[in-house]
Design a protein around this ligand. Structure first.
Ligand code: XMP
Length: 444
């Protein structure tokens, strides 16, 4: 950060490392923390003004830091502290410069939205004059002017992101758009049929690329999750390119959203966590003139809002997120046809039981993972030796952080009983009780 930034009179809000950076360049004292803070932390609010206006004396916030500001810079004053962090929030004595050690942007900071609201309206004096309709119009115009009289192709997976991108693109360029549904074979049961049904109604060309064997062949002997993602991403693009060549499309439209870009390390300051197949998985030589990503700045909840406004079916809008590489990243280790059948069946059972228990709209995601571990069991009177299936259910708002869901034991019991009864190759079920971070939501 250019140190001169703190000398201009514009409002600045530093979060976490941002607070430390401001402290460092304005002669504050930043050192490795003697007691690091990760996860939920309680802070005492010493000054409930500006960004902290209207907050309680004690606030539940989410921290993740190894360094700490031990003394504020001379021109700053402390606004909040925690047990281990003497400067958990500060403000410049004269200028609208603020820093928070915690993360107001994650759901675990109880009043995080209020803090950001205060910054935008109290400190920056912005007006709330931005509407979702405007952004839809802007995205439609952007697609229309980029594509012009040419043709575009979009990869439609049936997930919310690519579905919204398809609906937007159809609105923008209608029959100049071809939506290609690549059936890589790692979709959930019933999914290909459902996608077809939804998009038949739109004004666009719809094609299915049957590519199951092709993907399975490419993934032979591949164990490393990052390699898997790259291969799937690359193969996707190859299938698209082939289709695009046939229909002579020069643009590729994708449903990449903002968190995909952060976690794929799109900025040099955000570390790569995993390659979302539609971002870092892209091969470097692409035969398209340009890739358009209309949803690139939106979070999932905003994408859902757009979906509702575009009149997409409720079932699709409320569907849980599903990774582009599909069940292939929920089969740990090498994939094969048998494992693919097992994971499809297990996933179906998890979905059915969670939906029957009416837990589906409380959860961000719920699914099964086929681990590459085997365990001994007893089925009937005989010894069995089969797969260990893990159940993952997470609560989240934007997938940047997540909690494992405390599903009632009775539901977990039903799921475990059904999977072990209905799938002979499975002998054991475990429940994943890790938050994100330190885990990610998916296993690979
Ligand atoms: P992780 O596992 O990184 O997942 O905590 C965060 C969210 O992203 C979904 N996910 C993906 N979505 N392409 C996508 O479009 C991908 O390659 C991909 N990988 C993970 C995941 O299901 C979760 O909702």
């Amino acid at each position: 950060m250019d140190p001169r930034l703190v000398n201009i009179d514009l409002p600045i809000l530093g979060l976490c490392y941002g607070l430390q950076l401001i402290a460092q360049i304005t002669q504050g004292k930043v050192k490795p923390a003697t007691c690091k803070e990760y996860g939920t932390t309680f802070v005492s609010i010493d000054k409930a003004t500006g960004i902290l206006r209207g907050l309680n004396k004690r606030e539940k916030v989410w921290m993740s830091h190894g360094d700490t500001v031990y003394a504020p810079p001379p021109s700053f004053e402390i606004m909040a502290h925690s047990k281990n962090c003497p400067v958990a929030a500060f403000k410049h004595k004269k200028k609208p410069i603020y820093g928070l050690q915690w993360h107001p942007e994650v759901i675990h900071t109880k009043n995080g939205a209020k803090m950001l609201n205060n910054f935008i309206f109290e400190v920056c004096k912005c007006e709330a004059n931005w509407k979702m309709e405007d952004i839809i119009e802007k995205m439609v115009k952007e697609i229309r002017s980029a594509v012009g009289e040419e043709k575009a192709i979009i990869g439609l997976s049936g997930g919310i992101d690519s579905s919204v991108a398809t609906a937007l693109a159809a609105k923008a360029i209608e029959n100049k758009l071809t939506a290609v549904f690549v059936d890589h074979g790692f979709m959930r049961e019933g999914e290909p049929e459902q996608v077809r049904k939804t998009f038949q109604k739109f004004k666009l060309n719809f094609e299915v690329a049957e590519a199951q064997e092709r993907f399975m062949h490419k993934l032979k002997k591949i164990i490393d999750p990052e390699k898997k993602r790259k291969i799937i991403g690359e193969e996707f693009i190859r299938v698209f390119e082939e289709k695009a060549n046939i229909i002579d499309a020069s643009f590729l439209i994708q449903g990449t959203i903002y968190p995909d870009r952060i976690e794929s390390g799109f900025s040099k300051n955000s570390k790569k966590i995993k390659s979302h197949h539609n971002v870092a998985g892209l091969p470097s030589k692409i035969k398209f003139k340009k890739i358009l990503e209309p949803l690139r700045d939106l979070y999932k909840d905003e994408v859902r809002k757009v979906a509702r406004m575009l009149g997409l079916p409720k079932k699709l809008v409320e569907r849980q997120p599903f990774p582009g590489p599909g069940l292939a990243v929920r089969i740990i280790g090498e994939v094969n046809n048998e494992k693919n059948r097992i994971i499809k069946q297990a996933d179906k059972i998890v979905r059915e039981e969670i939906e029957k228990a009416k837990l589906d709209n409380k959860l961000w995601q719920y699914f099964a993972v086929l681990t590459d571990t085997k365990a001994t069991g007893v089925k009937g009177d005989a010894r069995a030796y089969g797969y260990v299936v893990a159940i993952r259910a997470a609560e989240s708002r934007e997938a940047m952080t997540a909690n494992f869901a405390k599903i009632p034991y009775s539901i977990l019991e039903k799921i475990a009983t059904r999977i072990t009864n209905e799938i002979p190759q499975v002998t054991r079920i475990v429940y994943d009780i890790t938050h994100k971070p330190p885990a990610t939501i998916e296993w690979e």
